[in-house]
Design a protein around this ligand. Structure first.
Ligand SMILES: Nc1ncnc2c1ncn2[C@@H]1O[C@H](COP(=O)(O)OP(=O)(O)OP(=O)(O)O)[C@@H](O)[C@H]1O
Length: 916
């Protein structure tokens, strides 16, 4: 404290503040130790002072105000604290208004690194606090101390050291002059090259303008060319400008896709020079890589929606950035309305708080005049600050968004870092896969292999696997030093596999990334110079009339085409090959219809209800969904018993909303307790997280089908999946165990060669010493497990992923007090009846012609050839989903007793007797 005061005293000489700091300093020196509340007020007073300085960073001078000066920053000084401080100093003389000019350029000398060094050192101090329990007793005290320290260090480094950057030695030994804290291990230093890259992005010249606009407005819309730097830079600018204060994550940046959230946060952590999960982190379903020290958190829109449930005013954040807003995902659309309402509530609460403070202050003044002691016990309400909302995209209808957000200003960022040339085909192509194959080979053979990698956009996993096969065939004829390395990326691929697209291309190879629209926005795949755009994607549609959701291959929109093109030209000049004519491009829709108008709304309605929005029909939608869609969603939730007769959330509904799963799965998990089959239902629900667990290569279908027989259940696909997981688990548990090590990962590495080698090494070295310094895991050899999967034509990557998801759900259920080991053995009926308690909507009855008719929507349904129930005739079926290709197919099918349906959903089916 003395150190801070000393600094402030010197810096504020001849100002009203200099005076007060001098008085405080001498009083503390005279040993009149302030009591706890006074000292908290003191540090908070000083910290507010520090904050006011930080907040005016784009002014080129730091304006320090004592609250009486009607400057921009005056609101940051709290008059009540000033009174407590004056009281302590012993003079009621008001402090003179003061402004003090600092040369801001000097603070920012050498740009970001000067701050980063400070922040890095600061993390050492934070770690110390974290490890010192007595200091954690009063977190608010710790928080204000932190702010003071922060500012003092900045001042000291900027001015106390003649304005020069502290040497490496000095930064590492910060502990010496800050309460003896010692540095906690190595840091991630700022990479000069990255800094240079940051400064050469088009957005850099707009930095101050962006900060100013966001500071002066509650909501700002930012439209900037793909690759200009919106996603990676704006959160950093805001952090540097002091929009983040204290503990908690200050800036949330939503992404429609998991891979974007993880890869961008990794990049930004590198730019900031911090470990991922510390200052910069991410949060996606089943994976949280952030801490209470995280200031910038990239998260999927679904995760932010979930956070609203536990933190209805999102008080963890000062800024929420909704990136790629043009995508209009269902969850982002709901967030628009929720955030608008949260912003208003926080504004009202902030006003209310300010009024209360003024009242308290005048009451305290009255008491002082009466000669009574100050009411220091008076509890202060929690500090509510305004919520800034930033909407970002490269291709967005800015007028529509501005109108929706009460005429929010729109900031246009011009410029792209590198140009991208666009080429079209002369004629429409009849087979886009064939065209993509030829285009990739042409690029590969006609350009220098080191000129850059290729990214191909296709519609889905099947397309990707087909093209991968074609390219691997062609690869055989390519020279040894000029091969192609294909790397797929699609949603159903486990996260780890997806991340392989970011790996460096090995020498003498060219990487060809085969992607769905998962790689269309936000992400930068290093090395990509060429984009091949098939012009199609798989789009989900919901027909509310018949209640059927379908997934169809359809042409993309112009906005998607631009995003795809934008993936080239991020590291140098790029080329985009569109496998369609320019005429066809002109005919594309500008944007795809918002998801809210073409998706089932059950899950979203449940979230809205759980976050306190009762009137679903009149919610502030940017584009309202159709009444039949809303009605269907409400009816389904009512039938699931998540809503009561008056449309209010039931206890079961609250329970279901807590799970990051589709409501039907949460319901089934809940019912598993009643049916005494939690273990089996856990398998069943986890298995739904991947598209398929088995594979059947075209050239070996017969052998694969023979191998699959041992898992197959006559009851259908659900029990087949359960059988597989049980057998895999039992092999894993009971097979020969070896010890493997993986320093970086929670999980054993999936590379069998590595595993075998590591275990050999361990045996050879007499493992004792090595064990202590490594993470140990006792598991079945990954190599053997992979071999087992190969033998049985089981997708090894997918089954591993299913077990990871299973573990997560298991942890959540255990936390809720549910015994996850309860098993029904091989009582197939119990499991299927339990499944029906959530899936009663997805049933169909056998028709005389051998087809099935869905109970909801009364559609003719065929069992998909991939199902174990294909060509089987049973009285009734339950299915996971309906897919429309040339006809309507049911996928993931099991056989059920018709009488079970009515028992599962009496609210929906009343007294209908399905057995007759
Ligand atoms: N992982 C990375 N590796 C290399 N360069 C990167 C990486 N991530 C970002 N960059 C660089 O930063 C630039 C800006 O990326 P950023 O994602 O912030 O742009 P953006 O304006 O948000 O683009 P988009 O609208 O496409 O999401 C990229 O063009 C690229 O040059």
């Amino acid at each position: 404290m003395l150190r801070i005061l000393n600094l402030l005293m010197k810096k504020c000489e001849n100002t009203g503040f200099g005076e007060i700091f001098t008085r405080l300093h001498s009083k503390i020196l005279k040993n009149s130790k302030p009591d706890r509340l006074v000292s908290v007020s003191l540090v908070e007073f000083v910290s507010n002072f520090a904050l006011s300085a930080q907040y005016s960073d784009s002014q080129n001078v730091l304006l320090l105000s004592n609250g009486k000066n009607p400057s921009l920053v005056s609101k940051w000084i709290r008059p009540d604290l000033e009174n407590i401080v004056s009281d302590y100093v012993g003079e009621n003389k008001p402090v003179k208004p003061a402004t003090l000019e600092f040369d801001f350029n000097k603070v920012m000398e050498n740009g970001v690194p000067a701050w980063q060094d400070v922040v890095q050192d600061y993390e050492t101090i934070q770690n110390h606090w974290n490890m010192t329990p007595e200091l954690n007793e009063d977190s608010s005290e710790v928080e204000v101390l932190k702010k003071c320290e922060d500012f003092a260090i900045i001042l000291e480094k900027t001015y106390g050291n003649s304005g020069s950057r502290p040497s490496e030695n000095e930064t590492n030994t910060m502990g010496k002059h800050s309460k003896g804290y010692k540095s906690q291990g190595p840091r991630n230093p700022i990479n000069e090259a990255l800094l240079h890259q940051r400064q050469s992005l088009p957005i850099y010249s707009a930095r101050n303008e962006i900060i100013r606009k966001i500071r002066d407005n509650r909501t700002v819309i930012v439209v900037g060319e793909t690759g200009s730097g919106k996603t990676t830079q704006i959160p950093q600018y805001l952090m540097e400008a002091g929009f983040v204060r204290g503990f908690g994550s200050g800036i949330a940046v939503t992404q429609p896709r998991r891979v974007a959230a993880t890869s961008i946060s990794q990049r930004v952590a590198e730019e900031v020079g911090t470990r991922l999960g510390d200052k910069v982190g991410y949060s996606i379903r089943f994976e949280n890589c952030s801490s209470k020290y995280t200031k910038i958190k990239y998260l999927t829109d679904g995760m932010l929606l979930r956070e609203v449930l536990s933190d209805p005013l999102l008080l963890n954040y000062n800024v929420v950035i909704l990136d790629e807003a043009h995508e209009r995902t269902l969850r982002t659309d709901i967030l628009f309305g929720l955030l608008k309402s949260i912003q208003k509530q926080r504004e009202e609460m902030e006003d209310e708080n300010n009024k209360r403070k003024e009242n308290r202050l005048s009451q305290n003044n009255d008491k002082k005049t009466d000669g009574k002691t100050l009411d220091l016990e008076n509890k202060q309400p929690p500090r509510i600050t305004e919520l800034k909302i930033v909407i970002m995209s490269a291709t967005l209808d800015s007028e529509k968004f501005s109108n929706y957000f009460d005429n929010a200003p729109v900031l246009y960022i011009s410029g792209r870092q590198y140009p991208v040339k666009t080429l079209y085909t002369k004629e429409p192509q009849s087979d886009y896969l064939d065209s993509a194959h030829i285009s990739v080979l042409q690029i590969h053979l006609e350009t220098n292999p080191t000129s850059g990698d290729i990214l191909v956009f296709l519609s889905g996993q099947e397309d990707i696997e087909s093209l991968e096969k074609l390219l691997n065939e062609s690869n055989k004829n390519l020279p040894k030093h000029n091969k192609i390395l294909t790397t797929p990326i699609y949603a159903a691929l486990p996260q780890r596999e997806q991340n392989r697209v970011f790996d460096k291309t090995p020498p003498n190879m060219r990487k060809v990334v085969l992607a769905t629209n998962i790689a269309e926005t936000s992400i930068t795949i290093p090395g990509i110079r060429y984009v091949v755009d098939s012009g199609v994607h798989k789009s989900r549609d919901y027909d509310s009339r018949i209640g059927v959701e379908s997934l169809l291959v359809q042409p993309i929109s112009k906005s998607s085409a631009r995003q795809r093109m934008g993936r080239a030209g991020r590291i140098g000049n790029g080329v985009c090959y569109r496998l369609y004519t320019e005429y066809d491009f002109q005919k594309l829709d500008e944007n795809e219809a918002p998801e809210i108008n073409r998706r089932q709304l059950t899950s979203v309605i449940l979230t809205l209800k759980a976050s306190g929005i009762e009137d679903i029909l009149n919610f502030d939608y940017i584009d309202a969904p159709s009444i039949p869609s809303l009605k269907n969603g409400l009816i389904e939730l009512y039938s699931l018993e998540a809503l009561d007769d008056s449309g209010k959330l039931t206890k079961l509904g609250e329970w279901m909303a807590e799970f990051p799963l589709d409501p039907v799965f949460s319901k089934v998990l809940y019912e598993s307790v009643k049916y005494k089959c939690t273990r089996e239902i856990l398998d069943l629900v986890s298995a739904q997280s991947v598209e398929t667990l088995f594979y059947s290569p075209a050239d070996n279908r017969q052998t694969a089908s023979e191998a699959h027989k041992k898992f197959q259940s006559i009851d259908g696909d659900h029990w087949t999946a359960i059988n597989l997981l049980k057998m895999f688990d039992s092999y894993r548990e009971n097979g020969t165990k070896i010890i493997v090590f993986d320093q970086d990962s929670e999980y054993p590495t999936e590379n069998p060669e590595y595993n075998e080698k590591r275990s050999e090494e361990t045996k050879a070295e007499g493992s004792g010493q090595r064990l202590s310094s490594r993470k140990e895991k006792e598991v079945m050899s990954a190599g053997k497990l992979e071999y087992w999967c190969r033998q049985n034509f089981v997708n090894y990557k997918n089954i591993n992923y299913v077990f990871r998801v299973r573990k997560q759900i298991e942890t959540m259920l255990t936390r809720m007090g549910i015994d996850v080991t309860v098993s029904c053995g091989d009582d197939t009926d119990s499991v299927l009846m339990c499944l029906l308690s959530g899936f009663f909507y997805k049933c169909a009855m056998l028709q005389p012609d051998g087809t099935y008719r869905s109970l909801v929507g009364t559609q003719t349904v065929h069992i998909h050839p991939s199902s174990t129930m294909f060509r089987k005739r049973v009285a009734a079926i339950v299915y996971n989903q309906l897919v429309f290709t040339n006809k309507l197919y049911a996928k993931g099918v099991s056989s059920i007793q018709p009488s079970w349906i009515q028992t599962a959903a009496p609210k929906l089916y009343g007294n209908i007797n399905f057995s007759s």
